[in-house]
Each structure stands twice: as C-alpha cells, then as structure tokens.
Design a protein around this ligand. Sequence first.
Ligand code: SAM
Length: 267
Amino acid sequence: METKHAVIVCDVLDCLKQIPDNSIQLIIADPPYNIDIAEWDSYDNYIEWASQWIEESYRVLSRTGNLVLFGGFQFENAGRGDLFELVHYIRSHTQLKLVNVIIWYYKNGISARRFFSNRHEEIMWFAKTKKYTFNLDDIRIKYDAATLELYKRDKRLNPDNLDKGKNPTNVWEISRLNSNSLERVGHPTQKPYAIIERLVKGLSSEGDTVMDLFAGSAISTRVCIETGRNSISCDKDPTTLEYAQDQLDRCINRNFTYSNAITHFVK
Ligand SMILES: C[S@@+](CC[C@H](N)C(=O)[O-])C[C@H]1O[C@@H](n2cnc3c(N)ncnc32)[C@H](O)[C@@H]1O
C-alpha cells in the first residue's frame, strides 16, 4: 500500500487548525520541555499555550484515537509548566482518558552527585474514548528459544500465547541515542526509532494517519513510512525539512509520496 507523508514548517496551532475533525488515529506530542535547552524550549504561559494544542488534538482524533505525550519533570523552577502540569490539565479539563504511564528506562545517562542519577522518562498514553486501538499482538516481544521451551513445559500456560510473545509491559528498556548514534540526524532531542515504532504499531493500524505535533528530527515520518501508516508532521523550525530528507533517504520501503505542504493531505 502506498502511503502519504507531509512534513510542514508551521506553528503547531496553525497546523492543527487545518486538520478535519476525527481524522487522526495517533498523535505524537513531544513538546518543548520548558527548561531552556534550546531556543524553542521556553514558553512564558506554558499551560495556557499547551491547552490550545491539547484541545485541538482532542478535536482531530478519531473515536479509536490515541495521544502519546512525552515530557519530563522540573525540579528547579517547578511550577513553570512541566509534564505533571500537562497531565493535570488534561485530566481536569478534557475528556481524554489516561490508559498507561509508560516508563522509558535507559542505562546510559549523565551521573549526578546531589541526587539519584536520572534513568527514565515518561510517555503518557491517553485515548479519546474507551474504544481506543491497541494492537498488542503487533508489539509482543518474542521469548528466546530456551525460555519458550521451558514455559511450554508448564501445562498451565497456553502454548499459542507463548508463541506470540509477551506484553512489553509499561516499562521499556531502550537506550537513549548517544551523541554518536548512527540514528541521529542532528536534532538535539531525537527519540529512538524503537520507541516511536512500538507506539505507532501498537496504537495505530496500517493505512491510518499519524500526526506528530513537534516533529524535530522527523523520526516519526520514517517510522510511519516503514510501517505503512500515513503521517503529518509539524515543526516550526525549518531545519526539520533537512532532517526529514535525511530520514527519507534512510527508508528501505520506497512505496510512499512525500510533500512539505498540508494540501498533500487536506484539500
Ligand atoms: C522535544 S523536540 C521534539 C523532538 C522529536 N520528538 C524527535 O524525536 O526528534 C520539540 C520540537 O518542538 C518544536 N516546537 C517548539 N514550539 C513549537 C510550536 N509552537 N509549533 C511547532 N513546533 C514547535 C521545536 O522546534 C522542537 O523541534
């Protein structure tokens, strides 16, 4: 199946306003963390600003749709707006339902001296309704041969389920991208392919449309091409188009059309 992809240089709100109601299966939101790590990473009225793209996200999500929200917690300057406050806002002001808090655990990171070194980030999974899509069989983790053989001797366990593999659980051990990682295309906060792939495969189906509100490195474009989803990605920084080109060049699946205009999707 040929899929369509658009990467658009645009403010997130302007982009969302062009998307029809109930048309998106999965929204990936990895917004600025509001900790000044880059020019784009600071908002004076963070929650007020975020409330606008959250409301629009709810509108464009389909009935089976999901929204995943990346973020972090602030220790200094707490109260300026962080993931805690975004989640609180969503739960107290919208109909989105929290399905899972996914802990992304990694072993690589900087060492701290005044507190425990941080080794996790959170991904909040919200659904528009109780009829949300969850393709568990597409993201199960296979048992290794020795474990499978051992478990199959246990008559209490269903052999068909064992062959399918196990639920990945809500704690995912996936390395962060080191600065010299081959996956990197240049964006400072690029997320690993494996994280985005599990989200896209689990929370959307082939032929669906996935929207990335803060595309950055355009990694979600590449994942969507490789997994047969359509995608609309938005970032206000024009460098995203260069990152996107790099991601397209890396795709093994060439069965797609690409544009940097939203009209590619929305007439
Ligand atoms: C945390 S990064 C996203 C990284 C991305 N998930 C990845 O894996 O590469 C946040 C991105 O949001 C973009 N951004 C910040 N404010 C924006 C806005 N108002 N509209 C669109 N994009 C924005 C920044 O340019 C930055 O690339």
